[in-house]
Write a protein that binds this ligand. Structure first.
Ligand code: ADP
Ligand code: MG
Length: 247
């Protein structure tokens, strides 16, 4: 079932000196339970798309159809945890700000922390956790307010290669077991292929959709296993060439 549709999205930034056409013509959709990745060169407008979706920025033209008024949860590039708050308090912060810190919601967060391997770190501080664990905490903080659609802006880019792989697995597992849908912005083709149902490839700025790939793997158990499928390298080659094409 289609839960989000973006049609001919356009975004112009107005600065005192110039008008910058960031998004020229962006259309794609998201189905319930899907992970869609957006891949494109740096500066092409990936983050701008996410900001338009959440309403952080006003679009200049086009439409964003979110018929059921589903809620977005936004996870940023770095984990942005506060060093002076313990893990639980970091995760509860969004709820506190929104005035939704009920006993039930607190329980929900504690259960998520327990369920995803952070039971022994609930009262630890961020600096005592590995980068991968902190990303998991950041995701749980995002889940705390019970969003329907998770938006990730290059969520793993601050991590080393090994951690990226295992955090991708964690995030993939959490998205699916919590029955969320997600849009992931990344410039890592392998990450996009291994995690997504669909990949939207953007051109340079002013960005348009260059191509959309549906990803079908024989093994969808985890991103690390996906990478071992024979289809993986076929997709990789195709997408690599698509991005490389000058347009
Ligand atoms: P990406 O996330 O793909 O790297 P962004 O969405 O951050 O790209 O930016 C797209 C383009 O819009 C960039 O060329 C950038 O210079 C421009 N841009 C982003 N934010 C602003 C802003 N607040 N004012 C003016 N231009 C901006
Ligand atoms: Mg960006």
């Amino acid at each position: 079932m289609k839960i989000l549709e973006i049609n001919n999205l356009k975004k112009i930034y107005h600065t005192p000196k110039a008008e910058i056409l960031a998004l020229d013509d962006i259309s794609f959709s998201l189905n319930e339970g899907e992970i869609v990745s957006i891949v494109g060169p740096s500066g092409c407008g990936k983050s701008t798309i996410l900001s338009c979706l959440t309403g952080l920025l006003n679009k200049s033209n086009g439409e964003i159809i979110n018929q059921n008024n589903l809620k977005f949860g936004y996870m940023l590039q770095n984990d942005a945890l506060f060093p002076w708050l313990n893990i639980l308090d970091n995760c509860l912060l969004g709820l506190k700000i929104q005035n939704k810190l009920t006993v039930e919601n607190k329980k929900y967060v504690i259960n998520l922390l327990k369920k995803y391997g952070l039971k022994d770190f609930i009262y630890s501080y961020p600096q005592n956790l590995s980068g991968g664990m902190r990303q998991r905490v950041a995701l749980i903080r995002t889940l705390a307010t019970k969003p329907d659609i998770l938006l990730f802006d290059e969520p793993f880019s601050a991590l080393d290669y090994q951690s990226r792989l295992s955090v991708s697995d964690d995030v993939y597992k959490i998205i699916h077991s919590e029955k969320k849908s997600a849009i992931i912005v990344t410039h890592d083709i392998a990450e996009a292929i291994s995690m997504s149902n669909r990949i939207i490839i953007l051109s340079n700025r002013p960005s348009k959709v260059k191509a959309i790939y549906n990803i079908n793997m024989t093994d969808t158990s985890t991103p690390i296993n996906n990478r071992k499928c024979k289809e993986f390298s076929i997709y990789y080659d195709k997408i690599w060439k698509e991005i490389d094409k000058n347009e």
